[in-house]
Design a protein around this ligand. Structure first.
Ligand code: GLN
Length: 446
């Protein structure tokens, strides 16, 4: 059934970078045989899954949506891919993203933009736009994405699906291309909060190959059941979101959610988090500082694309990287290298690190008296594909998602009820490692 949908809509939507239909059909057949024989099946048997194309799957191409890796075939499975396979999931393909996950629309992908299945004149969001579109278009029931500054939650919001980035350190990133290590986390997109919860429980777990991955005990059904119901919930809304320019449909959907929560007995109040004013600046300084060294491995020698014509090693590096990377990646490498250089690291990087700690303390203070923080996932609905914006204008729209990655907590985006028209996502942010509370609350808002 999913393949039928793909046959009908893929050409126009441009969701897949690599379709693994043969592998999927083979797996489905194997599961059928097992079932007929009465053998036990894995927890995800029959669930059709897509992977963002920065997550490795053995013997399948992994491009990161870049010319640099357009022909790169992964020699091994990421830990998450191995877990999906072990649970008998059917992996149907690798889907589009912004180049190396840098962007908010898939427009920086070397393989073109993924259209939003809800309104094909609009973007699907990013960077996990292919993942959100794949779920929304019924090309799969589950998709894995990655979230460094909102890349799971924002496209989920744009496409009207559920997307969750769990607390940093919940899921192993071994086999996932690094963007900014202290921010990156694998997340799950699906039609329902139940599905997201179910898959996160399977993926969670510590891993020695990702030294920061400690697992997350709150990602299980028992813990979710034990979380507070809306009637007992104390909810904080940062007042920055009152003054920030938010599109009318988003403002309206958000207000309805707040009204609904209050009706159910939740206490909802505004709080002031001063450091939020600097969130975008701090995010871009720290993220680019991590991006630049991460991208240095793409040199034409270790793997991937290599320029044709060069006279010496310097020229090989320069030509390969000039031709292999797109503009957004180059912009971030240049900013990151500048910021991390001897003369500037004190001025930018170290101050931003301090700000990150301030932000953590400020959020923790809020969590002492409140169970969750609530805000829209994005200030806009899905943007028109042909809308032209400067990089900084695009970055500013991440204000509601990047704080979660800066403080290392989880965040879930769940579709709000809207008057009509385009989807709007509402974001629930729990205290770090209390992801069960965000899931439980999301279920009541669904
Ligand atoms: N849009 C954000 C950025 O461009 C987030 C990207 C991400 O989460 N991978 O940095």
């Amino acid at each position: 059934a999913y393949l039928e949908n793909i046959k009908r809509d893929e050409e126009d939507l441009n969701v897949f970078i690599t379709l693994t239909d043969e592998i999927a059909l083979e797996k489905a057949k194997e599961l059928d045989e097992k079932r007929e024989k009465g053998e036990e099946l894995g927890k995800m048997a029959g669930m059709v899954v897509t992977l963002k194309d920065n997550i490795a799957m053995k013997d399948v191409r992994m491009t990161c949506a870049s010319k640099m890796l357009a022909d790169f075939v992964s020699p091994y499975d990421a830990v998450v891919t191995a877990k999906l396979k072990a649970a008998d999931a059917i992996i149907i393909g690798k889907v589009n993203l912004d180049e190396f996950a840098m962007g908010s629309s898939t427009k920086t992908s070397y393989f073109g933009t993924t259209k939003n299945p809800v309104d094909r004149t609009r973007v699907s969001g990013g960077s996990s736009g292919g993942s959100a579109a794949a779920v929304a278009a019924n090309f799969c029931s589950i998709s894995l994405g990655t979230d460094t500054g909102g890349s799971v939650r924002q496209p989920a919001s744009f496409c009207g699906v559920v997307g969750m980035k769990p607390s940093h350190g919940s899921i192993s990133r071994y086999g996932v291309s690094s963007m900014a290590n202290t921010f990156d986390q694998v997340g799950v997109l699906a039609h329902t909060v139940d599905d997201v919860e179910y898959v996160l429980e399977i993926l969670e777990g510590s891993d020695l190959r990702d030294a920061t991955c400690i697992g997350n005990d709150s990602l299980n059904a028992e813990a979710v059941k034990a979380a507070k119901p809306l009637s007992q919930l104390k909810v904080a809304i940062p007042d920055t979101f009152k003054t920030f320019e938010v599109e009318e449909p988003v403002r309206d959907a958000f207000q309805r959610t707040v009204d609904f929560m209050r009706d159910q007995g939740a206490e909802v109040e505004y709080v002031h988090i001063a450091s939020l004013d600097l969130a975008i600046a701090v995010y871009h300084i720290l993220v680019n500082g991590e991006i630049a060294p991460n991208m240095s491995r793409f040199d034409g020698i270790l793997y991937g694309f290599i320029a044709d014509d060069y006279d010496n090693i310097d020229e090989l590096y320069i030509k390969t990287r000039s031709e292999g990377f797109g503009d957004e990646v180059k912009r971030r490498i240049m900013i990151g290298s500048y910021i991390m250089s001897m003369d500037h690291s004190k001025e930018y990087f170290e101050q931003s690190l301090e700000m990150r700690h301030c932000m953590m303390s400020e959020f923790n203070e809020v969590f002492e008296t409140h169970d969750v923080i609530l805000c829209p996932t994005s200030p806009t609905v899905a943007l028109p594909i042909d809308k032209n914006m400067t990089p900084v204008q695009i970055y500013m729209l991440d204000l509601f998602t990047v704080p979660v990655n800066l403080i290392g907590t989880g965040g879930i985006s769940v579709p709000a009820s809207t008057k009509d028209g385009l989807p709007v996502g509402i974001q629930i942010i729990p205290k770090k490692s209390h992801d069960n509370q965000a899931i439980a609350t999301a279920k009541e808002l669904e």
